[in-house]
Ligand binder design. Structure first.
Ligand code: BTN
Length: 249
């Protein structure tokens, strides 16, 4: 199923490389993978640590048969696919924190950075960047994220082979995108909701104006927006921003 793969010992960021490639040519399913990244990018300008031999860092160029309105939902489709690949390989329960963080035992083990080139014309594409902590040990995580991050090995005790896991994740992602194209988002949303880490939990949403809104998560809707009911009973339709669990009082 993998059309074409570009593999590097190291890159600043596979997403950056992929978006340059996608602007010229490259088929749906083209993969850019690096054994390590020196400037791995996370959502909202965060850094994604990408040490060699500890995890998977790759980007897939996708050209799905989806309308521009469907594109933003792709990141949830991909999150579900990664969760299913881990569940199948390790027989564990995987949770998804909106919009697409991968959670094991209440801690983050993977993240997805979706970017798109939606300019009018023929060359529409998405870049699906996936970072997964597979073999990282607790002592190898920076101190400031030791309580909030994990790896598959830390959470399950299973030391997966990076190559087999890479293939399992890629196949799951391309298959789930195919389902999205053919059947729409509703069955994907249902499966996503079964793994919803935030559902019913109290959280803080840092919106794009820098305001913090405290509320309870009512889960994502059919457009992929997170529904947050604030403490004054106002329902917010969240499309972006940072969501953190509220501290227990
Ligand atoms: C997040 O949770 O904030 C998203 C993390 C995404 C990291 C991956 S690693 C491969 C690809 N290249 C990048 O620079 N970022 C993504």
């Amino acid at each position: 199923m993998i059309k074409r793969q570009y593999r590097f010992i190291t890159l600043p960021s596979t997403n950056t490389w992929a978006s340059h490639l996608a602007r010229t040519c490259s088929a749906h399913g083209t993969i850019i993978r690096a054994e390590s990244q020196t400037a791995g990018r996370g959502r909202l300008g965060k850094v994604w640590l990408s040490p060699s031999e500890k995890g998977l860092y790759f980007s897939i160029i996708v050209r799905p048969r989806l309308t521009s309105e469907e594109y933003p939902k792709l990141s949830m489709t991909v999150g579900l696919a990664v969760a299913k690949a881990i569940e199948k390989t390790c027989d564990v329960d995987v949770f998804l924190k909106w919009p697409n963080d991968i959670y094991l035992n209440g801690k983050k083990c993977g993240g997805i950075l979706c970017e798109s080139g939606l300019s009018p014309g023929k060359n529409r594409f998405g870049i699906v960047g996936i970072g997964l902590n597979v073999l990282t040990a607790k002592s190898e995580l920076p101190k400031d994220i030791r309580e909030s991050a994990t790896s598959i090995a830390m959470a399950t005790g299973i030391r997966l082979d990076l190559e087999s896991m890479f293939i399992a994740v890629v196949e799951a992602v391309l298959a789930e995108i195919h389902i999205h194209e053919d059947q729409g988002f509703s069955s994907i949303l249902r499966e996503w909701q079964h793994r919803d880490f935030l559902h019913g939990k109290r959280l803080n949403w840092l919106n794009n104006s820098g305001e913090i809104i405290e509320g309870i998560s009512e889960g994502p809707d059919e457009h992929g927006r997170l529904m947050v009911r604030d403490l004054h009973n106002v329902l917010h339709e969240v499309i972006s921003g940072d969501i953190t669990l509220a501290k227990k009082k």
